[in-house]
Design a protein around this ligand. Structure first.
Ligand SMILES: [Zn+2]
Ligand SMILES: [Zn+2]
Ligand SMILES: [Zn+2]
Length: 501
């Protein structure tokens, strides 16, 4: 299916913004606006090549939770040994569409694997050379912005930010050489710049990054910090869904950056990555997800310099933790969490960068099999952070996060069940005091996820499929208990408030 949109969607020029996408008829909240079966270019990241189907992006990670019992396997391509497939049909579609042009080259380079952007541009060059790219596909690609002048200008400033033009040059040389193309290096550089500036991150149903994609039609969507639409991947297929009612002839927008950061940080990200000044209503009014960047209590309690310091120090520790050994990671992330604790009455738990630090703490403890600690942090986000940042109860990001917590809680129960007396991690005892009926919790979360799927993801999405594939939790009635989600929810909320910082 070509990388294009349905007839009710049209492009139009917006003064000062370039082209944008508009809808000719009104759209309801939670509707599918358009779907691309497989955008022009989709490549798994190097880290995920081993665990992801190269064509449909089915991700089968090596360490799945123990209760999941997944029997699906990937088969490697015998030609290059670099890519893997979930099925014969994925393999043959991939071969016919693009892999036959690159397989030999990837095989020759193996065990070295070029970075995803290099593989992406190389594939495009090879498809063009083999006449396996239509004129409209190529022209649409060339109509995307490349920002080459800005990239070059930035690189002459030196020192300030990461030199992206230098990366573009290096990667272009690689794509040029490996592909054996007759196109000029200048053209390849502009292709690389377009791929860098217009590509989107492919994520799975739980929000984990799997790879990179470039869709020439989705690239026409402009940014807003209060976007009317959201993009979701189902494997390699990309859908654009509405987040609220959109009137006829209104522009469709998505967000290019992390909208949970305060205005000054979003503006910085957008300027340095995409070279524009956002003038959306949230930026104009200093709002983050509709909430004041600096709530009144915080404004009264701390100077703006102190707030900036806290943000910067939190981000610094977080990025240090990113490269640290597991033992140091815990120390650094704990330190980052501790920064905000003295101000917890005025610094909201939902305010950047506290939530993302908490997410990393949760993930780390989960990986270390500290299920109760991880659960308590997930609950804190579920009750006190996510509803603030994503007011829409069916917002796909919010539901992805409920799904992740649901899996975590199932794993916690599994561990309590298989080794009830090992004492667990340091908060397992605290959590026990709340006498939570986990089977009711499972049912309650299942209901929440099921209710949100039609609007947030669509019933045919791979998220819905992944959810349905998970073994359903046992019914409490089977054990003579009744489901009391409201009562259990109240206990969980109390636990989250009292145990987690
Ligand atoms: Zn597949
Ligand atoms: Zn191959
Ligand atoms: Zn904005």
């Amino acid at each position: 299916m070509p990388d294009t949109f349905p007839s009710n969607i049209y492009t139009s020029h917006i003064p000062g913004k370039g082209r944008g996408l508009f809808t000719s008829h009104a759209i309801e909240a939670g509707e599918l606006v358009f779907l691309l079966d497989r955008p022009l270019l989709c490549v798994p990241s190097n880290r995920h090549l081993d665990e992801t189907c190269y064509h449909c992006f089915l991700w089968l990670p090596q360490n799945t939770p123990k209760f999941e019992d997944d029997t699906r396997r990937l088969q490697g391509c015998m030609g290059c040994k670099v890519v893997k497939y979930c099925s014969k049909s994925c393999q043959s579609r991939s071969w016919a569409g693009y892999h036959k042009f690159e397989c030999k080259i990837l095989g020759r380079l193996y065990p070295q694997v070029p970075p995803s952007l290099v593989r992406m541009v190389m594939q495009l060059l090879l498809r063009k050379k083999a006449d396996a790219l239509s004129h409209s596909e190529w022209n649409d690609f060339l109509r995307t912005v490349d920002h080459v002048d800005r990239l070059k200008k930035d690189s002459t400033k030196g020192g300030l930010s990461h030199d992206r033009w230098h990366d573009v040059q290096l990667m272009s040389q690689a794509a040029h050489r490996y592909s054996g193309t007759h196109e000029s290096l200048i053209l390849v550089q502009s292709m690389m710049a377009r791929s860098l500036v217009n590509s989107m991150t492919v994520t799975d149903g739980t929000g984990s990054t799997l790879g990179t994609c470039l869709s020439t039609s989705a690239a026409l969507l402009n940014h807003s910090c209060n976007p009317s639409c959201v993009f979701i991947f189902s494997g390699a297929s990309l859908s654009i869904r509405s987040l609220r009612p959109i009137p006829a002839n209104a522009e469709l927008t998505i967000s290019y950056t992390d909208i949970t950061k305060p205005t000054h940080r979003r503006q910085l990200d957008l300027r340095s990555m995409y070279y524009f000044n956002c003038t959306c209503e949230y930026c104009t009014n200093n709002l983050t997800c509709g909430l004041p960047d600096v709530p009144t209590a915080l404004e009264k309690g701390l100077s703006s310099a102190k707030i900036l310091d806290l943000e910067a120090e939190g981000e610094r520790l977080q990025s240090l933790a990113g490269d640290a050994t597991p033992a140091n990671k815990i120390k650094l992330l704990d330190q980052a969490m501790e920064l905000f604790v003295p101000y917890k009455d005025i610094y909201p738990v939902w305010r950047h960068p506290w939530p993302s630090i908490r997410d990393e703490v949760r993930l780390l403890h989960w990986n270390l099999d500290h299920w109760s600690v991880a659960t308590v942090h997930a609950l804190k986000a579920y009750f006190f952070i996510d509803p603030m940042l994503y007011s829409n109860a069916w917002h796909p990001v919010r539901i992805q996060r409920v799904f992740v917590m649901f899996k975590l809680i199932r794993e916690l129960q599994y561990q309590i069940f298989v080794s009830p007396d090992d004492g667990g991690d340091r908060v397992e005892g605290d959590l026990k005091k709340y006498n939570i009926q986990w089977l009711s919790v499972n049912k309650g979360l299942e209901e929440e996820i099921e209710a949100a799927i039609p609007k947030g993801f669509g019933t045919e999405s791979s998220f819905a499929e992944e959810y349905r594939r998970l073994p359903k939790s046992e019914s409490p009635e089977k054990w003579g208990m009744r489901v009391d989600w409201v009562g259990e929810r109240a206990k969980l909320e109390r636990a989250a408030r009292e145990i987690a910082n």
